[in-house]
Write a protein that binds this ligand. Structure first.
Ligand code: 4AZ
Length: 855
């Protein structure tokens, strides 16, 4: 500050220096000079005054800025925990309303003030300490969890952080021990040990948060409990809340938490769930942060390191989603299979708790030994040990160490590591924060001089079935099985880089070749600086999302954060007020795009609230995973076709399922028995309901020869009660896009192979939408614009007889909701190579459905 003040007071260059410069002018110019000198003086004085004023302003600004920096204050909240080693645990400490809790909490708070008082910078800015929880430590003592608040000048924030850190590190020193009450203690003082503290995430201290909602649960052996976000599953969670669930287990146990539903906003900055290996939100003990949508099949499971876990949910004012539901239980602290001696020719091992995420703070060592003369190979079926902000070369946090070589991050399936002897040491380590799924591995002995007997040996030592060579898939993991292949014109795309890829994948928006050959010449040939419009035009890249309809059909404005109002076309979404907007698939995406909000109306669909417990090449689904799936039984004949629930009264199926044959009157509603919420045929579970039909409306233009317009509506004789097992799928707007390359799900109880038998348990399979032109080539030009194809290139995964009428469900990546992209219709056999399944394109019938059913 001082030098600046000096500058303000300094008079500037003396006047005579100006005069001196003037003296260099010629004499004859004296008079003129006299006037000029006067004018000059005035100018100089004016300039000086302006300069001084500017300087004064600058100084003022600086002083103001400096003042602000020193006096501006921030609220800093630190969370922490410590063991109280001279105090026995009481059950009442788990209830924060109990007298015992309040009494001990008050003693801890007072003593924490004392701890901070030894550190001047902390005592100066200290506000208070509030104890959040107690838990039982294994030796019958108490662990206390607290939040301490400080009101700190901005400039001192980092010094306060350092001082907090020093308290923790000080425990070993004499002074630190004294501070924590470990030495020269008054008789009634609490002994604090294993103190741990750190800043709380700023998003949790946000002043916009309306409430701090606390819940506490204690898991018991043999019992499970559940927690869920407020209003789940029927309404979205409230905006601007902080909610926490304290989960406790008995000493010598861990908490196991399994999410059964997880559907939050995509941006973690806005809404997020965090799990902590503590009962307070200590940054150092974050186990995971979650947001967005998770499929029921990939719902994660977590294990704590000790007998506590904290679940927190923070939401902001924008977009609210259904939320989450999770089951908690307690499991013994010992984890089976954490290290040990592994011998023999082969075997398996995995990270502790797998497929649950591994717990924090755990270490396991496996010593593998195979017969002398052989070498050891370990193949990872799964490897995921990621830590936010860490690159997988260094691995300072969680890692797997094989013969002293560390691995971390994510590795592709089939990654192999081998040793040059008959022994291998594998060490697993997880630190105190961030956990991941870990690994599952197989070890085997191999003959060093013939590592892959009767198999193809990949460059990276992986052995694969020779049939997998040149099948279009990277089975080795390093592409070595897809090199030096001879492509067949009929079924392959020949990539410029030498790979052969099945025609299936041509122009599906995914770069399967790796050099984009399979995505070239698919649509308009735009220049590199241009983007293609769906109407065939190209517009410069910078015009994308500029608020102007440059394509003419609005496609350059369709995938933008903001939607614009356009004239209506096949590429725009029509709001109820007849305005048409540019955004692609705006329906029920959690964001209001239409002025009248109609894009977010009728959105009680396409979510799968719970998970509990043929399709060719599929797998069994979980109960409640596809709650819109219906089984249509012909009386006396059993399952015939599938259908989808679109409201409590209406189903959609295929028209070919409701055509009379000589033997059966399929078109008559009284011939059908409808099973909703069913998982296993002939096994009516609690969640399933049997209904009769009132009427069947087959599409008037259904063509039984070509299967064109293969769609029908069924009205139930009375509305079904919607539940966790029975829930409608969202109907896509007429302009909803399901582009080639999109992964979708097909489900049903149909035949599990061509000419095979029906499935008993509902099957599911993931297939990819196939480009219309490619599909028509593969299917003898029998695919009309009212059909959509999907399949898996190698064959083997498909819908089949008995799946007809059932759903092809597409997960919307923004909202996680499922939309009915297609109805299983026909195909050339089932699961044949290069023969995709053909489905009724539901978008073509949106208006017809509304007209006939009101849905
Ligand atoms: C059927 O007969 C059928 N591969 C349904 C789907 C497919 C084939 C046959 C598709 O109902």
């Amino acid at each position: 500050m001082e030098p600046m003040e000096k500058e303000v007071n300094s008079p500037g260059p003396p006047d005579d220096s100006l005069d001196a410069s003037m003296q260099f002018l010629p004499d004859s110019e004296a008079k003129k000079m006299e006037n000029t000198r006067f004018a000059c003086r005035t100018i100089v004085v004016t300039v000086l005054i302006i300069l001084a004023a500017v300087l004064a302003l600058l100084v003022g600004l600086l002083v103001w800025h400096f003042h602000l920096r020193t006096e501006g204050r921030v609220k800093k909240v630190f969370s922490g925990s410590m063991t109280i080693s001279n105090h026995n645990f009481l059950e009442e400490y788990e209830d924060y309303n109990s007298v015992q809790f309040k009494e001990l909490a008050s003693r801890v708070s007072k003593q924490m003030k004392g701890v901070y008082s030894h550190e001047p910078i902390l005592s100066r800015y200290y506000i208070n300490t509030i104890v959040q929880a107690f838990s039982e430590a294994s030796n019958d003592t108490v662990v206390a969890y607290y939040l301490s608040e400080f009101n700190v000048p901005v400039a001192k924030a980092s010094a306060v952080n350092e001082a907090i850190k020093s308290i923790e590190q000080d425990e070993g020193s004499k002074q630190g021990r004294k501070r924590l009450g470990l030495e020269h203690k008054p008789s009634n003082s609490l002994l604090f040990k294993n103190m741990m503290s750190g800043a709380v995430d700023a998003r949790m201290v946000n002043s916009n948060l309306r409430g701090h909602f606390k819940n506490a649960h204690h898991a018991r052996t043999g019992e499970t409990g559940f927690i869920q976000s407020p209003n789940f599953p029927n309404s979205p969670y409230p905006p601007n809340i902080y909610t926490e669930w304290q989960l406790r287990a008995d000493p010598a146990h861990r908490i196991r938490l399994e999410f059964t539903a997880l559907n939050l906003e995509k941006e973690c900055q806005n809404d997020f769930i965090r799990l902590y290996d503590s009962l307070v939100p200590t940054e150092k003990q974050v186990m995971v942060e979650k947001c967005g949508y998770y499929n029921p099949t990939e719902q994660p499971m977590y294990l704590s390191s000790g007998n506590v876990m904290l679940v927190t949910l923070v939401t902001n004012g924008e977009k609210n989603f259904p939320g989450f539901r999770a089951i908690y239980s307690q499991v013994p602290i010992e984890i089976q299979g954490c290290g040990g001696k592994l011998t023999g020719m082969n075997g398996t091992f995995s990270s502790p708790g797998f497929p649950s995420y591994y717990p924090p703070k755990i270490q396991c060592v496996w010593d593998i030994e195979v017969p002398a003369g052989k070498h050891v190979r370990v193949k990872f079926n799964k490897f995921s040990m990621r830590e936010p902000g860490e690159t997988p070369n260094h691995c300072p946090k969680d890692y797997l160490e094989i013969n002293n070589h560390r691995m971390c991050g994510e590795k592709p399936a089939n990654t192999v590591r081998s040793s040059r002897t008959n022994q291998m040491t594998v060490k697993f380590f997880s630190d105190m924060s961030y956990v991941d799924m870990g690994f599952s591995a197989e070890f085997e002995a191999f003959q060093p001089n013939n590592p892959c007997p009767e198999q193809f040996q990949c460059d990276n030592d992986v052995c694969v079935d020779p049939k997998l060579k040149c099948d279009g898939y990277d089975d080795c993991g390093d592409m070595s099985d897809e090199r030096d292949c001879v492509c067949s014109e009929e079924i392959h795309v020949k990539c410029k880089n030498g790979f052969c890829k099945p025609k299936y994948w041509w122009c599906d928006g995914v770069n399967d070749c790796g050099d984009n050959t399979d995505e070239e010449n698919c649509g308009p040939l735009c220049k590199t600086w241009e983007v293609p419009c769906r109407n065939g035009r190209c517009v410069p890249e910078h015009k994308k999302c500029d608020g102007h309809n440059d394509c003419g059909d609005g496609t350059d404005e369709s995938e933008c954060p903001r939607s614009i109002v356009l004239s209506c076309s096949e590429y725009t979404y029509k709001c109820k007020n007849n305005n048409c907007i540019s955004k692609q698939n705006p329906q029920c995406d959690g964001e209001q795009d239409c002025e009248d909000g109609s894009d977010e109306e009728d959105c009680d669909c396409g979510t799968r609230p719970y998970k509990s417990s043929r399709i060719v090449g599929g797998e069994e689904s979980s109960e409640g995973e596809w709650p819109w799936q219906v089984s249509l039984h012909m009386r006396g004949e059993g399952h015939v076709c599938g259908a989808s629930v679109i409201s409590s009264l209406w189903l959609i199926t295929a028209a070919h399922c409701v055509q009379d044959t000589e033997k059966f009157k399929y078109s008559q509603s009284d011939q059908w028995e409808v099973y909703l919420g069913l998982h296993t045929q002939h096994h009516a579970s609690e969640g399933s309901v049997q209904k009769n039909l009132k009427r069947i409306i087959s599409h008037p233009e259904y063509d039984p020869k070509t299967y064109d317009n293969d769609i029908a509506l069924m009205e139930l004789d009375s509305p079904v009660t919607l539940s966790q097992n029975i829930w409608p799928i969202c109907l896509p707007a007429a302009t909803h896009e399901f582009p080639a390359g999109l992964d979708v799900w097909i489900t049903g109880w149909g035949q599990t192979r061509e000419e095979g038998s029906l499935a008993t348990v509902l099957q599911k399979a993931e297939v990819r939408i196939i480009n219309d032109t490619v599909c028509n080539q593969l299917m003898n030009n029998e695919v009309t614009p009212r059909m959509i194809c999907a399949g898996v290139l190698t064959g083997g995964v498909d819908a089949c007889q008995g799946d007809s009428g059932g759903p092809m469900s597409s997960v919307d990546p923004d909202s996680g909701r499922l939309f009915l992209a297609g109805v299983v219709s026909w195909g050339d056999g089932c699961g044949r190579k290069n023969k995709p399944g053909v489905y009724t394109r539901v978008t073509k019938y949106r208006n017809w459905i509304r007209e006939e059913s009101g849905v």
